[in-house]
Write a protein that binds this ligand. Structure first.
Ligand SMILES: [Cu+2]
Length: 145
């Protein structure tokens, strides 16, 4: 997806009043890790029914869960941490390999294919109210976009 457009739309929608605070999570998955691997990417599609912001996450399988994005810059793939990811009302935001994603940092034990990985997403509504969303992500060794 085009991140620049996503940010622009998020800005344009700021004037819309908030009604409910729910986020639909589609196809959450985590990339299974090789022995000794300390990080893993987490992916899913998030659709908020009102303007929301993804503030971060937590999981028992890792020390931290960070928000990241990958971007080609001068032919080099760069990964950066984001403080938050806007979830504009009604718009599917894809967390996917090569784009926005969650990063499990400090994996405590190898994540095997088929494992169910519990994940808590931290969300913020437009009124500033924070909420948590429980997600169960399935582990795959590799999965196409
Ligand atoms: Cu990352």
């Amino acid at each position: 997806m085009n991140f620049r457009n996503a940010w622009l739309i998020a800005t344009l929608l700021l004037a819309t009043p908030a009604l409910a605070d729910t986020v639909k999570v589609d196809d959450p998955w985590v990339r299974a890790t090789a022995p000794g691997q300390k990080v893993a990417g987490g992916f899913m599609t998030l659709t908020a029914d009102t303007d929301m912001t993804l503030m971060g996450g937590a999981s028992p399988v890792s020390q931290h869960v960070e928000l990241h994005f990958m971007k080609m810059e001068n032919g080099v793939m760069e990964m950066r941490e984001m403080q938050e990811i806007p979830l504009p009302k009604g718009q599917a935001v894809n967390l996917e390999p090569g784009g926005l994603h969650l990063m499990f940092i400090g994996i405590k034990a190898p994540i095997k294919p088929g494992d169910k990985v519990p994940l808590t997403l931290r969300l913020k509504g437009k009124d500033g109210k924070e909420s948590k969303l429980q997600v169960e992500a399935t582990a795959y060794r590799g999965k196409s976009m």
